[in-house]
Design a protein around this ligand. Sequence first.
Ligand SMILES: *Cc1c(COP(=O)(O)O)cnc(C)c1O
Length: 399
Amino acid sequence: MLGEQTLTNRPIYLDCHATTPVDQRVLEAMLPFFTENFGNPASINHIYGWEAEAAVKAARQTLADAINATPEEIIFTSGATEANNLAIKGVAEAYFSKGRHIITVQTEHNAVLDPCNYLRSLGFDITLLPVQPDGLLDLNQLEKAIRPDTILVSVMAANNEIGVLQPLAEIGAICRNANILFHTDAAQALGKIPLNVDAMKIDLLSMTGHKIYAPKGIGALYVRRRNPRVKLSPQLHGGGHERGMRSGTLYTPQIVGFAKAVEIALTEQESENQRLTQLRQRLWEQLSQLEGIYLNGHPTQRLAGNLNISVEGVDGAALLLGLQPVVAISSGSACTSTKTTPSHVLIALGRSEQLAYASLRFGIGRYNTEEEIDQVAQSAIATISSLRRQPLLNSSATH
Ligand SMILES: *Cc1c(COP(=O)(O)O)cnc(C)c1O
């Protein structure tokens, strides 16, 4: 499907952890809500409002069912960044008289780390747990970090760089026993692995649409309503939408598309995970024929479509530049306006700066084919081999 839309000669898209295209079925479900059914779901006096409200209600039910929650526990947001901010700052404000200690992990997304850093500047105490070399959290370390004044533990479900899946049920049990709220950023996990907020004892869960073939700009936060009932301070004040926890007119077309995307992802989850695992293995088998290629993250406790490798003896920037015409992927470095820094996730795994810079994150998705994987593998092997043959050119490249 994507192939039809893609102009020839554009690089193969293997960056599905960054974002995904909108599925045609999602787009079709959304379209009527831009034009004929354009009503405001909060308009209670006429059919335009009622129609929109009915669509939002059905979507809310779909999202709740996807994680074994109830519809009243779903708050729509603009994405996972907003959901994480609402969860972390909202809990911090509501519980600060109980305690000011929050536990999270070094390998979290910046949408968790930055709200925590902000809270630190306000006087909260933040513990950043390290991870093991495979990216998994050490549960003993988590237990040891818990204090009487701990109010929240935030651990992501699936990592956006290395795909590693944290043991949510075990973490949830530890938190519930200690009477501490458990938040998980499930932006990469929703629709890809089974999520059950009751079985996993999750109290808050962040979601987003654009990683699962829905549009950008829509997400949700699950907030537990019973056993325990989570208190949350709203971060957006206004018309009192979403039971006062997130004011702002609901974005009906995006909400409808988000629910459709979740429905498709769940229906296809098992078969798609098998297909993606095969593609990932096909890619890894070819790449690992080269010397000095290292897999980042746990070999099996990871998202089916994720492969993250570090490459010895090449410059990270030169590697990415060489691959750019063939494949759209991300590397393990983040460019800010002034400098390039190695991925904080790969550094947390204990990788050297060189290996953290010279890394590639492959995010394989719904529209990728075996032929594309083979083409990318061949191109990567050729690029790496050629860079290794040119040590001077290679080492003179700058970050
Ligand atoms: C993409 C992503 C986010 C940010 O989500 P947005 O909806 O783009 O705000 C947060 N956390 C993780 C793990 C992600 O992959």
